[in-house]
Write a protein that binds this ligand. Structure first.
Ligand SMILES: CC(C)(COP(=O)(O)OP(=O)(O)OC[C@H]1O[C@@H](n2cnc3c(N)ncnc32)[C@H](O)[C@@H]1OP(=O)(O)O)[C@@H](O)C(=O)NCCC(=O)NCCS
Length: 196
């Protein structure tokens, strides 16, 4: 784990207040979260679950993630409400290679805990971490039907970079549009600083 991520993670656990007044604790995923984290994926209705890239209904998938935590590659930030994992936003990084300056964000909120601002809180933290550890951009991938998520990322400042018609296939082999959204993390001042 890089020194800067370690330093960033010292801010957690962090308690935030959701729109309805309930408190959520945000912290990185831990090895012993396996069962609870699997529970979050099982709470996602089947039609939505097929939009997720991995076989998250299988405990083996989640076990593998929890046992091989490497925050420098995948940093899952979970939001707990009443001690239970109610949502997750993960920062994925490519180590080396031509996308090494671009982080990818994915997010998921338990249906019972939606529209209270949890995704917004988690993504804001993840974007701040990405900025602090020196990433230059963050991106997020969607399929055309994820209208709520696309709207939400737009509200958070992301813009659509690309839309490819019928480009990806879900687990049932049905084709869907692929959408890439992105956010630039370089501030105007930083740009201004280059070249004096
Ligand atoms: C998309 C998702 C993460 C939103 O989680 P959430 O905790 O309900 O979102 P928030 O309450 O933080 O909402 C943030 C903003 O998005 C908007 N939003 C959220 N859900 C919405 C919906 N169903 N329809 C329209 N707008 C919506 C809200 O207007 C809100 O803005 P506001 O704070 O100005 O009111 C959640 O619905 C989910 O897990 N969906 C399935 C997985 C998915 O599509 N993930 C994204 C792929 S990376």
């Amino acid at each position: 784990m890089s020194f800067s991520i370690e330093l960033e993670l010292q801010r957690f656990p962090k308690v935030v207040q959701l729109k309805d007044g309930t408190k959520a604790t945000l912290r990185p995923l831990r090895r012993d979260d396996e069962k609870d984290f699997h529970g979050l994926f099982l709470s996602i209705p089947e039609p939505e679950r097929m939009f997720i890239k991995h076989r998250v209904a299988e405990i083996e998938t989640i076990r593998d993630w929890c046992r091989n935590i490497d925050y420098g590659r995948n940093l899952p930030l979970v939001g707990l409400v009443g001690g239970k994992i109610a949502g997750d936003a993960t920062l994925h990084q490519q180590l080396g290679g031509w996308k090494r300056h671009v982080g990818r964000v994915s997010v998921l909120v338990h249906p019972e805990f939606r529209e209270r601002g949890l995704a917004r809180a988690l993504i804001s933290e993840i974007v701040e971490i990405a900025r602090q550890i020196g990433l230059e951009k963050v991106e997020a991938e969607f399929i055309g039907e994820q209208a709520a998520a696309i709207k939400m990322f737009a509200l958070l400042g992301f813009s659509q970079l690309l839309r490819l018609g019928n480009y990806v296939k879900d687990m049932q082999a049905n084709s869907h549009d692929y959408i890439l959204m992105g956010l630039d993390l370089k501030t105007d001042e930083e740009y201004a600083g280059v070249g004096g």
